[in-house]
Design a protein around this ligand. Structure first.
Ligand code: SF4
Ligand code: SF4
Length: 370
């Protein structure tokens, strides 16, 4: 994305949102938006604004996620379990497969995904997480061409949060609730199916200029800012001051044993986390023939195999695995990337089956006595 000068806010209505979806589809894009499936929000192909979860909000707390009817907003519900990570850094990616056998065996690299996509409803925390993934998967020595291909053709329509879940703490992490980068267009939903829209790239500006819109008034701009500030005020907080040093210097803190006694090592927290990027590589042979494929799939530092080296696993117990995860997210990530590895989306709190809460654990580890 390139800069688009000073973005001039405009107002679009539901017809404008429909026109946006239609225009993105007309560019040959698969348009993904949040939809309700099996009681949660997931990103799936949509063809009209009417498919968005209008009139639904989320209820989230430790180990708890529910959608419920409330209000009339299209984007009233905050994050579901899936972020946009799943679109770009897929849970399962074939790398190559074989054809033939013996001396005639041929290795066929997996072609890059050339599907052009647009995502509608990306939140600020997820865009901050996408920046993390960009750095790891595109800018490192060993980039992932499959990620780069999907990322390069993604058009992002962000939605600034005007409501926070009880688990949200992006304001503490300086990643939200307003999107500041990584989008082509950002929307802020106002009452009555109206959206204040700004462009964040040349492509976004060109797209917006083709939609039915009206200039945004100063009052509408102020209303949008007030709504975003309202979401900021609703959030819980986490004190990150000096946290990396605290975590790195307290490997024997009694809290690690306490949390290990509750942790199931299910890996849910790493699966829903938008910044977790680890993968493992497997070769899979077909049962009926000589075909073999190599796949990369999401890995988790909560599994025993993750730290397996000759002689066994380095992190054999729940205590060392949870400590590794939290110390990386809120400690050593800063040494590695210059920033914290948590964007405050709160997903690991809601989707932990026993309700282990990263903000509570960080606060407890800050206390000397646990
Ligand atoms: S650690 Fe938890 S709150 Fe932080 S980004 Fe990951 S899932 Fe979200
Ligand atoms: S902290 Fe919760 S979600 Fe993460 S592995 Fe332990 S039980 Fe599972």
């Amino acid at each position: 994305m390139t800069g688009a000068g000073t973005p001039i806010p405009v107002m679009i209505d539901v017809d404008g949102l429909d026109a946006l979806i239609a225009a993105l589809a007309a560019e040959g894009r698969e348009v993904l938006g949040p939809v309700r499936r099996d009681g949660a929000l997931v990103f799936e192909p949509i063809g009209a604004a009417g498919e968005l979860p209008r009139g639904w909000v989320d209820e989230q707390s430790g180990g708890h996620y529910r959608l419920k009817k409330e209000g009339t907003a299209f984007f009233g519900a905050t994050n579901g379990p899936q972020g946009i990570k799943r679109i770009l850094h897929t849970p399962h990616q074939r790398l190559w497969r074989t054809e033939g056998s013996g001396d005639a065996t041929e290795i066929i690299p997996e072609p890059l995904d050339d599907t052009r996509r647009a995502v509608i409803g990306a939140r600020a925390c997820d865009l901050a997480a996408m920046a993390v993934q960009d750095r790891v998967l595109m800018e490192g020595t060993y980039g992932d061409p499959h990620y780069a291909a999907r990322r390069g053709s993604l058009f992002v329509v962000a939605v600034n949060c005007t409501r926070a879940a009880d688990t949200c703490f992006c304001a503490s992490m300086n990643t939200g609730p307003k999107a500041t980068a990584g989008y082509d267009i950002a929307l802020t939903e106002l009452e009555g199916g109206r959206f204040l829209a700004v462009s964040g790239s040349d492509a976004g500006a060109a797209m917006l200029s083709g939609l039915p819109s009206a200039p945004a008034s100063a009052a509408e701009e102020a209303q949008a800012e007030e709504a975003i500030e309202g979401a900021r005020d609703q959030q819980r907080r986490i004190d990150t001051d000096g946290l990396p040093q605290i975590l790195k210097t307290r490997p024997d803190h009694p809290r690690w044993s306490e949390v290990a006694s509750r942790c199931l090592n299910c890996a849910n927290c790493t699966m829903v986390c938008p910044t977790c990027f680890c993968t493992t590589v497997e070769e899979v042979s077909s049962l009926e023939g000589p075909e073999t494929e190599r796949v990369a799939r999401w890995a988790s530092c909560f599994t025993v195999d993750f730290s397996h080296i000759h002689g066994g696993a380095v992190r054999a117990g729940a205590k060392s695995r949870y400590r590794q995860w939290l110390t990386h997210k809120l400690g050593t990530w800063v040494d590695q990337f210059g920033e914290l590895g948590c964007v405050g989306c709160g997903r690991c709190i809601s989707w932990c089956p026993v309700g282990i809460d990263i903000t509570e654990e960080a606060a407890a580890l800050r206390r000397e006595e646990g």
